[in-house]
Design a protein around this ligand. Sequence first.
Ligand SMILES: [Zn+2]
Length: 534
Amino acid sequence: MILPVTPPAPAPTPASRQVRRARARQRPAAQKQSQTQEIMSQGAARATARATAAALHQAGLTEAEVLAWRQDLQARLKVIQEHPEQHLGHIEEQLAALAKEPLRLAAERAAQAKANATPCQCHQCQGALIDCKYLQRHITSRFGRLTVWRHYGWCARCEAWDFPADHVLGMPSQAPASPYLQEICALLATKMPPEQATEVAQRLGLDLPRCTLDREAHRQGLKAQAMRTDWLAQLDTWESLQQLARQTENPASQPFTLIIEMDAWNIRERDDWGQTETLREQGQKVERWHWVYTGTVFRLDHRTQTQGKRALISQRGYVATRAGLEAFTAQLYREALQRGLLQAELVLVIADGAQWIWNFAQDRFPNARHQLDLWHGSEHLWEVAHDLYGKGTPEANAWVKPLLAQIHADQTPEVIRTLTELHPRLSSCLQEKLQKQIDYFANNAHRMKYQAVMEARKACRQGKPTLEQRRLADQPLGSGAIESTCRQYQCRFKRTGQFWTTAGDEALMCLETLWRNGRWHELYSHVQPPAALN
Ligand SMILES: [Zn+2]
């Protein structure tokens, strides 16, 4: 095969020394000139953008823009239509990509028109601003980067510069992202680690750099905490407390039982990171693990079943805080008030045997019925059985069965008697262990009342329950609801190798709790409140 031969490029003519020097002298001048021209053209473009922005008073797209968009749309859809391997996913991708620029333009113009319509008055005191100027701002939005021009001026009364349109647009001075993206940052950060969140956002077509996500999520967490502080202040005066009790969410038409469950788990923090040795040398104790107090509140009539017979609580309140027991008790009490504490026919507190829980329950819910988680009590009996006869042995099984039946029949004093009679016959090591269990049952005996619920359930199974038994059968015997709540929080806050700062975890936990409680719209006014579930 004869390959075509490319003709060799002509060799450059060597320039004389004088010519090279002359060119070198001219170059800086030419560069300078092009820089000056660039600055002038940038200035002209800015002046045009400013004038266009200032003249905008109505949002929307022009006929020509809509027409161009429609033509582009038809051309792209035609390609997919004729492509044998492209499906609905390709249509979705193309439509989303195609809509982005027109939507960005519409959003930018709508924001600009709103900014232009905002009077140049201080947003705090409504006084006229002086020394007014017009300045642009870039905002990362759901549809891409927006540029908005807005007036700002000096308020002599407040002694501050003010950008009134920023407040109208929901854009605090430090926020790089639009209100929608502020919300999305908060939501993503509560659901997954930031590196994953950035990738998920990108896949969903949102331009959210990691630094924006981190900064915004933390800022939103602080906003949520400030809101929570305001809500807790309602507990401080009798009037606001009464008002809160009257504003019970979804008031019930029938008498109802309110269930309150609580527990604690720990989280790993790294405050004083790198100073461990120094602090230890100074005799200070360095704690990395800290308690997160968690609670849940729900009405028994909100317990239901999915079509697949899975138990479900349709409406419930959550509390989770790292800010200590006192903060937790106030938050849980407020949540209980909002969920109908003062209207409930019966309030039932269910938990494991931790003393702090019963102290708190006695203090805040003295009229409630306190119930020890049935399975927790049973586990203590199994521990004795294993100590006596060995784990998994038929003897252990045979020994524990009648005692478990006694617990189900509200005969805990009988169980204590059996354990006490056993005590002198054991070795000193086992005696010590057994004494702990005897104390446990003695301390909790008055919280171990399960018989009525057990019998109600049996009557339901046999198909002949009384009306009262039908209601009772739904009453929980254990604190499974709070255990699953703790596990759900831990999925985000207790991952392997994960460390938090106190400020960081509390802010995110506050956001997560707001979301779970269905009060997201109270933090973000652009979000629709959830429809009542019953
Ligand atoms: Zn002012």
